[in-house]
Write a protein that binds this ligand. Structure first.
Ligand code: SF4
Length: 316
């Protein structure tokens, strides 16, 4: 990939002192590990909409589906100020080529979900979204979004990173000359990755690509992108990955010796039982792809969807 992936991020997660108390919420994985592959576009809604550092803490008040953003001590309502700023900022972000956004959890401005919303008696329910985060998700419904807290879960982290890397590759494909061949090539390389998330989408997208000639190009690209993002949002599971691994074994029918076949079946079985992480059968298959020069599998992003250094697919 030529350019770095661009991701929006809540500014305090990068260690900037923008929190209401003058502090930050540096996330070392996001800043230093994932950050090697990402160009972050930091957004601090509270500071950017005109509030100072330090400032009075804020909270959400009212109905969880349309809360107000209010200062905790003096009860000043800054919902309008925040929304006016957000409207402009979101238009600006359209030009940033973002492949996703990482939000700071629990924040009344930046939290993606389960943010506390207080009723008039001061009792909270954890059912809200931060005002900016909510507006962002409405504005960019297809973009992958996550919170730093949820990204500590290895499965959620893996899924999010897979989505942003795939969207980045898709953007690169889209930036080339829009011809059906480009889309067919992208789809061919991502078939098994899509299958590992959703068999239904695998079939739908296969049909779409097969009938590509009857669909105007803009529609074709638009429909494909929606299905791609929808598919990857569905979490891959041990069962789905086992299906893909078995499917890949079929490509070696004429190549593997009896011993190699036995070993591969054993390894896939151990993965299915939850004894070893996905990276083990994948490494073995990559080995056979190289050994037997398996040209179809060689081009499959499923076997190398993101940099090894991120140590994903390593959990059981
Ligand atoms: S949570 Fe959001 S609003 Fe609060 S300091 Fe971080 S970036 Fe700014």
């Amino acid at each position: 990939m030529n350019e770095r992936i661009r991701l929006g991020i809540s500014t305090c997660l990068l260690g900037e002192h923008v929190r209401y108390d003058g502090g930050h919420k540096l996330d070392r994985f996001l800043t230093f590990t994932l950050g090697q592959y990402i160009e972050y576009v930091p957004v601090c809604p509270e500071v950017e909409c005109g509030l100072s550092v330090p400032r009075e803490a804020l909270r959400l008040l009212g109905r969880p589906d349309s809360p107000r953003l209010v200062t905790v001590r003096t009860g000043k309502d800054i919902t309008g100020q925040m929304l006016t700023w957000a409207h402009e900022r979101l238009s600006g972000l359209e030009r940033e080529g973002l492949c996703g956004f990482i939000f700071k959890s629990d924040s009344p401005s930046s939290g993606m979900e389960r943010v506390k919303v207080y009723n008039e008696k001061g009792v909270p329910v954890k059912k809200g979204a931060g005002i900016f985060a909510g507006a962002f998700m409405e504005h960019f419904p297809l973009l992958p979004v996550e919170e730093e807290g949820r990204l500590h879960d290895p499965e959620i982290r893996e899924n999010f990173i897979e989505r942003i890397f795939t969207l980045h590759r898709w953007r690169e494909a889209v930036s080339q000359k829009r011809i059906r061949g480009t889309l067919v090539d992208f789809h061919t390389r991502h078939k098994l990755l899509i299958l590992s998330h959703s068999q239904k989408h695998y079939h739908l997208m296969g049909k779409l690509v097969a009938h590509a000639h009857g669909i105007p190009l803009e529609d074709l690209y638009g429909q494909y992108e929606s299905l791609l993002m929808e598919a990857l949002k569905l979490r891959s599971t041990i069962k789905k990955n086992t299906n893909v691994l078995q499917h890949m074994m079929g490509y070696f029918k004429k190549d593997l010796t009896a011993d190699e076949k036995k070993e591969m079946l054993e390894i896939i079985g151990q993965y299915t039982q939850g004894h070893i992480p996905l990276v083990v059968p994948i490494t073995l298959i990559n080995h056979y792809v190289r050994k037997y020069n398996q040209t179809y599998l060689k081009q499959q992003y499923y076997l190398n969807p993101h940099p090894l250094e991120l140590q994903l697919r390593n959990h059981v």
